[in-house]
Ligand binder design. Structure first.
Ligand code: PXP
Length: 250
């Protein structure tokens, strides 16, 4: 069964818009996580960014204490965050690229260009019992490098697919091209022994098209769930997503 990891970063984005630096405020991302779990989510994802623009340190500690499913900590391959992850002990970390000026994680990780350092981080995490996922574009060289690093998972970046899917008809053809890249990437990764997750920009509309990608283990979805939750509540938003995800056949 295809699993759903719910990314609750943007609940914290709304809180920080009003309460930045105050150490309290609403809406509470931990409460959102508990509601997502109650609705059947298989895991909770939070990105502790170096600039702490949304999720704060206190959030990840409260998540660690309160959630009953798996905690997936998204993080940059940076010493400060690595040290926090090793203390926090999430079930899995997903290493992502981070740039201060980006609105959200934009590109995939350059695993090829940072193979040595990522291998060291992977070893530290695995030694602490934490699995490692690398957030990458569906690029053959990056997938090979991810296998050499020894990661347990890759998370295929679906941002480009989602963006093209949204566009007018002529651009939609590009989404089909990106879909072919995602399919090839998933097959290659699976053949190399990597488990395959996917995420970024996924929503109720584009998910059925994404289901052409084989070997998917988990989807990490944030923005569309939090947006939908504004109108329907988090539990309904998660249930709706899970109902669509039941149609996935690898
Ligand atoms: N996966 C990763 C690695 C991400 O960085 C993000 C965005 O924080 C997501 C999944 C979720 O993307 P979205 O919020 O567009 O669903």
């Amino acid at each position: 069964m295809l699993k759903l990891g719910v990314n609750i970063d943007h609940v914290a984005t709304v809180r920080e818009a009003r309460y930045r630096g105050l150490g309290h405020g609403e809406p509470c991302p931990v409460l959102a996580a508990l509601m997502a779990e109650a609705a059947g989510a298989h895991g909770i994802t939070a990105h502790l960014r170096e600039d702490r623009r949304h999720i704060q340190d206190r959030d990840v500690w409260a998540l660690r204490e309160k959630i009953a499913t798996r905690l997936n900590l998204e993080m940059a391959n940076a010493p400060e965050i690595i040290a926090i992850a090793l203390k926090l002990n999430p079930e899995i970390v997903c290493i992502v690229p981070e740039r201060r000026l980006e609105v959200t994680t934009e590109g995939g990780l350059d695993v090829l260009g940072a193979e040595k350092s990522l291998t060291e981080t992977r070893k530290k995490m695995n030694a602490a019992g934490i699995e490692v996922s690398l957030f990458i574009a569906p690029d053959a060289a990056q997938i090979e490098a991810s296998a050499r690093v020894g990661a347990q998972f890759i998370e295929l970046h679906t941002g480009k697919f989602a963006e093209d899917f949204q566009a007018a008809d002529d651009k939609r053809r590009k989404a089909e091209t990106e879909l072919l890249r995602l399919i090839a990437g998933a097959k290659q990764a699976h053949a190399l022994g990597l488990q395959v997750n996917a995420g970024h920009g996924l929503n109720l509309e584009n998910l059925p098209a994404l289901f052409a990608v084989p070997h998917l283990v988990e989807l990490n979805i944030g923005h569309s769930l939090v947006s939908r939750a504004v109108f329907t509540g988090m539990e309904n938003a998660v249930k709706e997503m899970l109902a669509v995800m039941k149609n996935y056949r690898t």
